[in-house]
Design a protein around this ligand. Structure first.
Ligand SMILES: C[S@@+](CC[C@H](N)C(=O)[O-])C[C@H]1O[C@@H](n2cnc3c(N)ncnc32)[C@H](O)[C@@H]1O
Length: 247
């Protein structure tokens, strides 16, 4: 738990070191796992559920019958359940670094297929998946570039990546306000629920080191995704990417 007491300036340097970031993020999500679903609903004023349903519906309309879908960094399994509610025929494997988050995924759905795995080195052969579903995943990766490369590796040619995440807004004034809001609100929630402001202020700290939605689309193209639709929410503070692996 000492790791989670890291001060904000130190946290920025810690998050730039992939190995230290991996350890920090795993400890963080193990700690917040019991409150995660409630936090996500409250912190997004209920919008998270609508974004996830939109992402699941968009992916559902693009994948074949019986598709194998990897729910990357699945957490408590929200996205996989959203997809299954519109496409009961698909096979979903939920993977996550945090055993604590997977424990809660299992409690929510005892039939879910789950595995502890790092999104930068998945225990899957090349081309194993028809689709990768990723809710707030890549920003948390020890190195997001490596995680995108790994997703491209496990996808079949023509397979889909459907991602929802926070991004740096392009407009500088909105970017400043958005980050300040996330930091302040995250600190208050962290203090109230865990007596630790750093728990949720981490969202702003990780976002400061992340990219804009347009830059993430470019990263996808660099890694073999030939088509990428970007749907911006909250003026680019949140975005959905729907990208197809080159055929
Ligand atoms: C914000 S939660 C998102 C959970 C879920 N996908 C959702 O949309 O609600 C981020 C998840 O990423 C997981 N995670 C962080 N780093 C990871 C890594 N290197 N490999 C796999 N999962 C990771 C965390 O354990 C956590 O469950």
């Amino acid at each position: 738990m000492v790791l989670l007491e890291t001060k904000s300036a130190d946290l920025t340097s810690l998050l730039q070191d992939p190995e230290r970031k991996r350890r920090y993020v795993r400890a963080l999500f193990d700690r917040v796992a019991p409150a995660y679903d409630r936090f996500t609903r409250w912190f997004s004023y209920g919008m998270d559920g609508a974004w996830k349903r939109e992402l699941a519906a968009a992916l559902a309309s693009r994948i074949p019958s019986g598709a194998t879908v990897i729910d990357l960094a699945c957490g408590t399994g929200d996205l996989g359940r959203a997809l299954r509610s519109v496409r009961a025929d698909v096979r979903i494997l939920g993977t996550d670094l945090s055993a604590g988050m997977l424990h809660h995924a299992r409690r929510r759905d005892s039939s879910a297929v789950l595995a502890v795995a790092d999104m930068t080195s998945l225990p899957l052969p090349d081309g194993a998946a028809d689709a990768v579903l990723a809710g707030y995943a890549f920003r948390n990766a020890p190195d997001p570039r490596v995680a995108v490369r790994e997703s491209a590796r496990i996808l079949k040619a023509g397979g889909w990546l459907a991602s929802l995440d926070f991004y740096l807004p392009e407009a500088s004034i909105w970017r400043t306000l958005f980050l300040a809001y996330l930091k302040a609100a995250g600190s208050i929630y962290g203090w109230c629920w865990h007596r630790n402001p750093a728990c949720y202020a981490y969202i702003a700290s990780s976002l400061e080191l992340f990219v804009t939605a347009a830059q993430f689309a470019s990263l996808l193209r660099e890694h073999g995704f030939e088509y990428c639709e970007v749907r911006r929410k909250l003026e680019g503070g949140i975005a959905i990417h729907l990208a197809r692996r080159a055929v």
